[in-house]
Design a protein around this ligand. Structure first.
Ligand code: TXA
Ligand code: MG
Length: 380
């Protein structure tokens, strides 16, 4: 793989992006930075080019791809002729584009090949804000299909260094734009329903609270419905959701345990933090070589307790303060990848956090990464 660093003078940066655009126009794939995660891009209007994304990632063919545009005119050109946007989309686009929000649009079957949408009648589109992503799409001159640049099922990469051990051997060009700012993927929403409501199919970089606020400021009575939380009646369940979310996802090769640290309900007993780790390290099968990675908040009771243990077999990875969950979003995938690759841990524990703001997207990824849940009583 040829890696092209972008921490260099402007001219070289332009040349690197231009070489990547040529590579894309030759129907090859390119890894590029976005503000959310690194993407594995290919021409969205070309079936052969897009098929390389599926083979490189080992991606199931029924999981559709997001199409990335660099301008409103590029979006217009993708849509069916004469299509007018729902009023909510004007608001969302004005507020959140370019940025980590993906919107569903009706698919024009002539412009968008089948392989992109995996048989859906809609196509998912977003306009990334990362300058390298924007420049790459604009120079290529064609929208880019791009899933996260990881093999299917693994955590999404937030640095170019994350991509190399996972996909490196299969890649031509990786554009290195440094660490991603947002750190979780875009929010995928469907606002095409007759009722005019916004359905959040995948929580992500733009929070539900931010979408609600934007719509509220616009007046109108548009609601924001979150899959699993609001889709309660049968009609709602029948609304097509995001096919990708049914797969197990975001998992390192080692087991991941979600740690519940809320006070347990009456009658349920959970061990204290000290007792939990005591019994973990005492189990015979584990032995003194066991290394545990712990992803936790800086200032939560559990975060403080686990740090105070100063246990040589525990590697603590900080997810930032409880009142700035955007830090947890930025750091989560780096924690999952680097605890395994650099610290060589045998399994990981992730402290649960509140499902508000960026915490909703973080907990969505954590639940998919974790194979088990255990409880700790931090009040003991
Ligand atoms: O932030 C992001 O969105 C990143 C960067 C690279 O832009 N891309 C990304 O792509 O996360 P991917 O392929 O890992 O996730 C795309 C998600 C999947 O859950 C997929 O099922 C959903 O979007 N999706 C795509 N097209 C859809 C459609 N027509 N209807 C419903 N869901 C769709
Ligand atoms: Mg992905």
């Amino acid at each position: 793989a040829r890696r092209v660093g972008l921490n260099m003078p402007k001219k070289e940066t332009r040349q690197a992006i231009s070489a990547a655009a040529d590579h894309l126009n030759a129907l090859q794939t390119v890894v590029f930075p976005t503000e959310t995660v690194y993407g594995l891009g290919a021409l969205a209007t070309n079936s052969l080019a897009s098929s390389r994304i599926f083979s490189t990632k080992g991606r199931p063919p029924d999981n559709p791809l997001i199409v990335h545009v660099s301008s409103s005119s590029m979006l217009q050109a993708l849509l069916p002729p004469g299509y007018t946007l729902p009023p909510t989309y004007h608001t969302l686009i004005r507020r959140f584009w370019p940025g980590p929000l993906t919107l569903l649009f009706p698919r024009d079957p002539i412009k968008v090949p089948d392989i992109i949408t995996a048989g859906q009648k809609t196509v998912a589109v977003r306009m990334p804000s990362h300058p390298v992503a924007r420049a790459l799409i604009a120079l290529t001159g064609i929208p880019l299909a791009a899933p996260s640049a990881n093999s299917s099922g693994k955590p999404s990469p937030t640095t170019a260094q994350h991509v190399v051990p996972d996909l490196g051997g299969k890649l031509g060009i990786i554009l290195d734009g440094g660490p991603c700012d947002v750190g979780v993927e875009s929010t995928v929403v469907d606002g095409l329903g007759e009722d005019g409501h916004i359905r959040v199919l995948r929580p992500g970089g733009v929070t539900v609270e931010q979408i609600e606020e934007a719509l509220r400021e616009e007046g109108g009575d548009h609601r924001v419905l979150v899959h699993k939380r609001d889709y309660t009646d049968e009609a709602m369940e029948a609304v097509p959701t995001t096919p990708g979310m049914k797969y197990r996802h975001y998992s390192p090769s080692v087991p991941v345990v979600l740690l519940q640290t809320r006070p347990p309900p009456n009658g349920v007993t959970a061990p204290s933090t000290t007792a939990y780790f005591d019994s973990l390290f005492r189990r015979r099968e584990h032995g003194p070589a066991l290394k545990v990675g712990v992803l936790c908040l800086d200032d939560s009771p559990f975060g403080r307790q686990v740090r105070a243990l100063q246990h040589p077999q525990i590697s603590v990875f900080s997810l930032g303060p409880a009142n700035h969950l955007s830090v947890a979003a930025r750091r989560l995938f780096d924690g999952l990848i680097s605890l395994e690759q650099q610290q060589g841990v045998h399994f990981m524990l992730i402290e649960e956090m509140e499902e508000r703001d960026e915490g909703l997207a973080v907990m969505n990824r954590v639940r998919k990464a974790a194979s088990e849940t255990e409880c700790i009583d931090t009040s003991k």
